[in-house]
Design a binder for this molecule. Structure first.
Ligand SMILES: *Cc1c(COP(=O)(O)O)cnc(C)c1O
Length: 392
């Protein structure tokens, strides 16, 4: 009975869609040959460049993050090319799997579930590649399964130190619009993201940004098929070429509204809000983990995502907690992903359209659930989170 009221889907994607975005999408299909939608779409491109901090090309595909994985790889790889994939969780493995499926040879460096990419090991792998077979390094900025955040500029420095010409490709599906990301300043050649996480939209759109070096790689790549080719999409001679067919009209109006919201708040402010709210979550978790089974998955705060926090409990306890919290408080927590036993892990999504009362509410719901289920925990979690929110 306490769950009545507005539910909060506190999972790391899809995230909460703002009412403004929902309203912007609630409209009849427009003329897709001329008029407002054409102008509106032209205007999305500069906004997409800004949110990724790049002056490179921005393309929009109809698809989810997996589609962006395939789009990005197929435009720069040929069958038999090699890629280097530093892995910090489920999503690094996923991107590597797409590369393999496209016919690439994949070299993996696995950093385990709780540590970020170590650029020194990436540098060593690149130095060992004496005949330059590695065409790209695929780095996940924030691995959503583990909530590990890696230093993408550090990976760039590793490529430079090794003097290696491979492309640097970054998966920012879970970090764009949440964690600071600077595509050009950090020397990223290809960036991907999707609509349903920090960008606050429903799932269904994904994005690939690429610079001149990646555009050059496209010319020699033979994996790409017509639908995924980014060339026409990046420089469309006709409106339909943006998507290679029918425009996803309502989704684009939603995206326009979400990008407006980010521009109104200011990207720096958006990052600062995520940073403070993440710190409130960590403060509570650090109090809980003083006693009992609860533990933050990532020990080093520098390696933690600002959009999502992965946590461990005892076997079965995480599922029990998620069930209780959902039934009793109307908050849905994220499942454990890519971990064994899965029922010992859960995740809190704090990405996108999230503010202090939502985060405090989630933490309060977890505190109540841990109490109801008699799970031991350290005291003072909510006070600690409130202090962070209050700026103390
Ligand atoms: C969610 C996510 C994906 C996959 O996105 P889908 O839309 O589920 O296909 C890929 N990478 C990261 C880092 C993600 O968080």
């Amino acid at each position: 009975m306490l769950a009545q009221g507005r539910p909060y889907l506190a999972i790391p994607g899809p995230s909460v869609v703002p009412d403004r975005v929902l309203r912007a999408m609630h409209r009849a299909s427009p003329d897709i040959y001329e008029g407002e939608i054409v102008e509106m779409t032209h205007g999305l491109i500069p906004s997409l460049r800004q949110v990724a901090r790049t002056s490179g090309a921005a393309t929009i595909y109809i698809g989810n993050g997996h589609a962006a994985w395939e789009a990005s790889l197929s435009n720069v790889l040929s069958r038999g090319d090699k890629v280097l994939v530093p892995i910090c969780g489920h999503f690094g493995r996923g991107w590597a799997g797409i590369a393999r499926g496209l016919g690439a040879e994949v070299e993996v460096i696995d950093f385990g579930p709780s540590s970020a990419i170590d650029p020194a090991r990436v540098e060593a792998a690149l130095r060992a590649d004496r005949d330059g077979r590695i065409k790209a390094v695929l780095a996940v900025h924030v691995d959503t399964s583990t909530s590990v955040r890696s230093d993408i500029a550090g990976v760039r420095a590793a490529l430079d130190a090794a003097g290696h010409p491979a492309l640097l490709m970054a998966d920012c599906v879970a970090s764009l619009g949440c964690d600071r990301f600077e595509m050009d300043a950090w020397g990223v050649d290809v960036t991907i993201a999707a609509s349903q996480k920090g960008l606050m939209c429903p799932p269904g759109l994904c994005f690939v940004w690429f610079n001149a070096k990646a555009a050059e790689a496209r010319n020699g790549a033979d994996c790409v098929t017509p639908y995924w080719d980014w060339r026409g999409r990046a420089e469309p001679a006709a409106f339909w070429q943006y998507w290679f067919g029918t425009a996803p009209a309502q989704a684009l109006y939603g995206l326009r509204e979400a990008l407006d919201m980010i521009e109104e708040e200011g990207l720096e402010q958006v990052w600062a809000r995520h940073d403070r709210l993440a710190r409130a979550v960590w403060a509570a978790c650090e109090a809980w983990e003083q006693d009992g089974p609860l533990g933050l998955n990532v020990p080093d705060p520098d390696d933690r995502s600002r959009a999502i926090t992965a946590l461990q409990l005892g076997p079965g306890q995480a599922d029990a907690l998620r069930g209780w919290v959902k039934r009793t408080t109307g908050v849905t927590l994220g499942i454990g992903l890519g971990r064994e036993p899965a029922d010992a892990f859960f995740r809190i999504g704090h990405m996108g359209h999230v503010n202090a009362h939502m985060v405090l509410g989630v933490l309060g719901a977890i505190e109540a659930g841990l109490g109801a289920l008699n799970i031991a925990r350290g005291p003072g979690a909510l006070e600690a989170a409130a202090r962070v929110v209050a700026g103390a």
